[in-house]
Write a protein that binds this ligand. Structure first.
Ligand code: 1HN
Length: 350
């Protein structure tokens, strides 16, 4: 491994030109670029998007662009390291902030990328997924997995904003991204299944034990329930570690979606936590609280509703900036995909 590999310039020009004309490329001058030693390289920058910068521009979009001309009214959080036009927060994760105004509807469609929403502000918004109407209140997680019909509406007052996360960069790279539309879904006239069939963790409908399991039994994870669980867990975690819960499929116990993973973290008032160095890339969104993050030496001060991207293998320290209130973060990452590919790794925080 200590050998200096041969460079392109060392090769005779006529040989190089000959290779080029045959669409052939020598591997060895490029090998370290595509297979770095010890740790992967990355173009993804640790990046913070402040909601106080996003919000006025999103509301302005509400004035400038009627929903009919947008289909989805969204400002994407684009990582400059990956090229703004590519709309990638990390190599696998697309993140956008979506605005819907009272009485507007965002029409029914389905697509190959999988999506989730995490509600940022407002009341009265809803997403209908496969006929199930999911209320959207701050911090709620709503899944719209690949191939599931979904549409949005708003029956309340004032703006409703949520964060969209999709595995779009992956699916687009695979040249497999497309959507189709259809008339509005018929509604099942019943509360969403987080309030009925999957009300409590550890309990599933009896009949599901026999049945061929639905791939996505639960599409809404209400924040009030998650927060309560985080508060309870906080009483029993070591100092310097966050209370950290993963959102899972209640029937399988595995991650909700095949590609992206979702979790919620609570850092106690006045505490600073170091996260394990993980091989996945990720996006952290502040549901409540404020503080500072250090991501591979880049310091970022954040407030409620801010969002930041972290590259693969990042060393992350998070400090709760309040001595009184907890800090709650929603985390999106591509660990489920990396686990399936059998290379997901975690290293103790240093
Ligand atoms: C999409 O379908 C939604 O359904 C939001 O709300 C953002 C970004 C790219 C591709 C599809 C939605 C999207 C999207």
């Amino acid at each position: 491994m200590s050998h200096q590999l041969g460079t392109l310039e060392e090769l005779p020009k006529d040989y190089r030109d000959g290779l080029t004309s045959l669409n052939l490329v020598p591997l060895w001058p490029n090998l370290r670029a595509v297979l770095p030693y010890g740790k992967p390289g990355h173009r993804t920058q640790p990046m913070l998007w402040r909601y106080k910068d996003v919000r006025p521009n999103l509301l302005k979009a509400g004035e400038l662009t009627p929903i009919q001309k947008a289909e989805r009214r969204v400002l994407a959080l684009a990582n400059p390291g990956l090229g703004l036009e590519n709309m990638m927060a990390t190599p696998s994760i697309y993140i956008g902030m979506q605005l819907i105004l009272p009485q507007e509807t965002a029409p029914n469609h389905k697509h190959t990328p999988s999506a989730i929403r995490c509600v940022v502000e407002g009341s009265g918004g809803f997403t209908t997924v496969q006929g199930e109407k999911c209320p959207m209140e701050k911090g709620d997680l709503i899944l719209t997995p690949s191939g599931t019909w979904h549409e949005h509406g708003h029956e309340g007052k004032g703006p409703v904003v949520w964060m969209d996360a999709l595995d779009l960069p992956l699916i687009y790279y695979l040249e497999a991204s497309y959507c189709i539309d259809a008339p509005s879904q018929g509604l099942r006239n019943a509360p969403d299944s987080s309030q009925t069939r999957y009300r409590r963790s550890g309990l599933v409908p009896y009949a599901s034990l026999n049945a061929v399991r639905a791939p996505y039994p639960l599409t809404r994870y209400p924040w009030t329930e998650v927060r309560e669980a985080l508060v309870a867990l906080s009483q029993d975690v070591p100092d310097g570690s966050p209370a950290w819960l993963a959102y899972v499929n209640p029937e399988t116990g595995f991650e909700c979606l095949p590609t992206l993973g979702f979790s919620a973290m609570m850092v106690q008032a006045g505490e600073t936590v170091k996260l394990p160095r993980r091989s996945c890339s990720g996006v952290l969104h502040v549901i409540e609280g404020e503080g500072r993050a250090d991501v591979d030496g880049k310091a970022m001060s954040f407030e409620e509703d801010d969002t930041f991207a972290v590259p693969t293998h990042a060393n992350i320290t998070i400090e709760n900036g309040s001595a009184k209130k907890p800090l709650c973060l929603f985390v999106v990452d591509d660990a489920p995909l990396q686990r399936k590919l059998a290379f997901y790794e975690e290293f103790p925080a240093t």
